[in-house]
Design a protein around this ligand. Structure first.
Ligand SMILES: CCCNc1ncnc2c1ncn2[C@@H]1O[C@H](/C=C/CNC(=O)c2cc(-c3ccc(F)cc3)cc(O)c2O)[C@H](C)[C@H]1O
Ligand SMILES: [Mg+2]
Length: 214
């Protein structure tokens, strides 16, 4: 039986990136996915936009929905100040096991808590089990039809505060029309679109930044 894409990405990292060097892990994954096989990482075109929003927010407590191989997990975690943490949710155990190793290779395991399970089960546990008061930043990059229900769940669980920044990947391609309609028309959000390209391609895609107004 052959290998999986996450396994091949991990191997590329182990063969080419420097242990403990997050930048080299990011560069290795981008080179591999641009030259060898496309993968659904936020990538090196949208990545700098993610970086700039994270740096601007400098979150103490951040959430990522959909870890996959941990590429965006590393992009976010490498920018966090000591004492801050990123909680990332992944329900596929095969992805989780690979992502943990890639996050460790980047030397960022101390700032990242990868929780295995579906967002709809884990989000309601955030306050009691994971002692989260509210999130300063949320990166949405999981199955696209779950962006809206999970955003509403975060609201209902009181996990968003005045000023919480939501950043959503793929709002054009594959597209998240219901989520976009909600954050762009709801009086509780101030939204703006950052035009870019689908990772490793010339196809249009972009990130939607939405500030929760409380
Ligand atoms: C209970 C479910 C919800 N709760 C969940 N709770 C926890 N973890 C969850 C949940 N839902 C999903 N996950 C995990 O997140 C990951 C899934 C990520 C999904 N990402 C895409 O589908 C995409 C597609 C394209 C694309 C563009 C153009 C193309 F032609 C092809 C593909 C580009 C992109 O940048 C993309 O991010 C991971 C595989 C999956 O196990
Ligand atoms: Mg994506």
């Amino acid at each position: 039986t052959g290998s999986t894409q996450p396994q091949r990405i991990l191997k590329a990292v182990q063969n080419n990136a420097t242990w403990g060097d997050a930048e080299s892990v990011i560069a290795t994954i981008d080179n591999y996915c641009r030259r060898k096989e496309w993968a659904m990482n936020v990538g090196d075109d949208k990545g700098p936009i993610l970086d700039s929003v994270v740096s601007e927010v400098s979150p103490k407590v951040a959430l990522e929905l959909g870890t996959y191989c941990g590429y965006s997990t590393i992009r976010i975690a490498r920018l966090l100040s000591p004492g801050s943490c990123l909680i990332t949710l992944e329900f596929n155990p095969d992805c989780a096991i690979i992502a943990r190793q890639i996050i460790a290779w980047a030397g960022l395991q101390d700032r990242v808590q990868l929780l295995e399970g579906p967002s709809k089960d884990l989000i309601p546990q955030m306050k009691e089990s994971f002692r989260v008061k509210s999130f300063d930043f949320v990166f949405l990059d999981h199955w696209k039809e779950y962006y809206l229900p999970d955003t509403k769940l975060l609201e209902e669980c009181g996990l968003l505060r005045k000023g919480t920044v939501l950043l959503a990947d793929n709002v054009i391609c594959p597209g998240t029309p219901k989520y976009l309609e909600y954050v762009r028309n709801s009086p509780r959000y101030e939204s703006c679109y950052f035009k870019s390209h689908l990772e490793y391609t010339k196809v249009e895609d972009g990130l939607e930044k939405s500030v929760f107004l409380g």
